[in-house]
Design a protein around this ligand. Sequence first.
Ligand SMILES: O=C(O)CCC(=O)C(=O)O
Ligand SMILES: [Fe+2]
Length: 203
Amino acid sequence: MPTPANSAIGHPIPEDAWLPLVQGRLLWCPHAFIEPADLWLAQLQNDIPWQQHRLRMFGKELNEPRLSCWMGERSYRYSGKTRAAEPWHPLVKKIAQQVSKLCGQPFNGVLLNLYRHGQDSMGWHADNEPALGINPTIASLTLGASRRFKLRHTSGEQLELVLSHGSLLVMAGEMQHHWQHALPKMAACHEPRINLTFRWLNE
Ligand SMILES: O=C(O)CCC(=O)C(=O)O
Ligand SMILES: [Fe+2]
């Protein structure tokens, strides 16, 4: 059953079915990877070469409020920087194949984020870098702590989901042109969360 927080649009967000939005589509699979989730969390927390990246904001260089790692077959240009890809970790490659099967879409790269606690976050943005193509499918797997995930349409309409351990959320269609998303801080959260957002990058 969807949790109450996943009913922010006035009715529950359906599970395991594509939800048509104004100018976009969402697939919400809260139970997709519950069974292997504990093992994957422990292994990735340990094995991934997590890096602290810097962010330029208001003319200042700051630490990003999370650790991350870009992995796959192509380098990735975003926020004005180019990141070389770490080679596929065998487990991440295996997860990518399973996620691909579920959403019927190949992926050649993944951004892994480690939110160490509730003070780590990601600000409002759209995943609209040119290399992702016109209407990218972005598949987001959560391992570890549950965190709120917000979406806002250019009209002001907002949606909120609680992304839980082992869940998969897929954004597709025109979404990245008309919606932004964010992972706000959550003071009450003291546990780490790992997020893998699978993407396809063109040459
Ligand atoms: O951690 C999340 O759920 C969101 C990550 C995200 O939006 C991104 O990596 O582009
Ligand atoms: Fe994103």
